[in-house]
Unconditional design. Structure first.
Lengths: 244, 244
DNA sequence: CGAACCCTTGATACGCTTCAACAAGAGTGG
DNA sequence: CCACTCTTGTTGAAGCGTATCAAGGGTTCG
């Protein structure tokens, strides 16, 4: 496990010069914290605290009820959040593609994770002990602001999700999903990075219903489905559908 | 508006002794921040920033899209979060009874509220400008921790809500709601503090369905409904129902 | 080539909504 | 004081949206 080697570097560097300290910083970590980039001082302070784990498909990142002492992020890969049922079955609720926070709230409360997390595509995970983070928030206002923003975004995202679940039917949720998941470059294509059954789970519908809905939108001329690529033919109409 | 008088006291007191400073602190504010009680220094720092508003039934606390510069809490009374449709109609999604935070996330992002908020029972509101709060978070570690915890709790609550919406049917959500809303003292009664149609809205069902479900649970012997009081006759069975 | 997936399609079932009617209180004005 | 209206909750009948179950086709991989 390469976590060990990173750790030993961090320890041996001690109160290092910036050159040595840089060695504890791994490429990709910046993406989790998001722009603007962390300052050198922040990186030096955070570096020794951070741990990475590399997990393969199907492995559990954490389990429901398991006490949480670390904030967890996905640096790269994909992790599903949900509830494990008996056996290998897994009731997927949310899909986290790196780089993004996976569980930014549980560790603060110290009361254990609320969901299970399972690796969907081999993933690199980042763990940040909240006990170690706390003092840093006093020393680094920017880092503090960053964490507040990250949590605020989490709240807003979840608020949006609950709104969608309460107020929109499946077709509207799908239209909404398609619009937010279109590739940033070519604005009219959605390249599915996951299986359709996982998309369906996020939309809180069955794979069968998703299939029917796609077909429905297709025969209405709004989209064009080719395997795992969906071309959006009529953005305006999709937005009208999605917006309430 | 008594906000003005409070404000003038805060201003005139300047670098006051603790006796004068206490005057800017209003009874009830502590409840919003939750235990343990704020320190004297924290109160002195927060006091001049906080503003209270007293709003009557039906008034809008804030509107969707309206830019948010303040964290908003309900000191006392009840406020509904949702989306205003045309006219006076209001699609209620969440119900906030004071003391509790109403919108703790929008102001951090500075991107406007995501929902409308409307007063359901005459309410006292507390507003805390995030620009004023920011520097305080550097000076008061306890206050910082408190805010992190509050946001973390918001995330966990919303996570629970989405889980319920995705995985549970209406009956299970109702059982769950009844269990979490039973009066803390006499553990077998639920005294509704709102109209049933508002309870239904929170459960994302229609009032008709709520009525039928209550009748259903009643004839199953699990509860006893008398107007706005519901007696839970079989906690165990309700928990079995609620827990997936 | 068969086995194991994934997606699709069809038939049917069920949960919840919608619409409509009605009963029971609360407030209002003659 | 009674008739009137407004609001809230309840009940019934019908319909829509989505789940469930079952079957078949397309890939991928050993």
């Amino acid at each position: 496990m390469d976590t060990a080697s990173v750790k030993s570097i961090a320890r041996s560097s001690g109160a290092s010069n910036s050159h040595r300290a840089l060695e504890v910083w791994m490429p990709g970590w910046d993406a989790v914290f998001g722009p603007p980039r962390l300052s050198e001082a922040e990186r030096q302070a955070l570096g020794p605290l951070l741990r990475t784990r590399r997990l393969m498909v199907g492995e559990a990142v954490f389990q429901r009820g398991q006490s949480a002492s670390h904030l967890v992020a996905v640096v790269e890969g994909a992790v599903g959040l949900g509830v494990a049922t008996e056996g290998p079955a897994f009731q997927l609720e949310r899909n986290v593609h790196g780089p993004a926070w996976l569980d930014i709230s549980s560790a603060w409360l110290g009361s254990g994770h609320v969901q299970d997390a399972r690796v969907l595509h081999a993933a690199t995970l980042l763990e940040l002990p909240v006990d170690g983070l706390r003092p840093l928030l006093g020393r680094f206002p920017d880092l503090r602001e960053r964490m507040m923003l990250a949590m605020a975004r989490a709240v807003q995202n979840l608020t949006g999700t609950t709104h969608d679940l309460m107020a929109k039917d499946a077709q509207k949720r799908l239209a909404s999903w398609l619009l937010t998941h279109r590739s940033p470059s070519a604005g009219h294509d959605v390249a599915l990075k996951e299986r359709k059954r996982e998309v369906a789970a996020q939309l809180a519908i069955t794979p069968e219903t998703l299939s029917r809905l796609l077909r429905q939108l297709m025969s209405a001329g709004l989209i064009e489905v080719k395997g795992y690529t969906i071309r959006l033919l009529n953005l305006g109409a999709l937005q009208t559908l999605a917006h309430d």
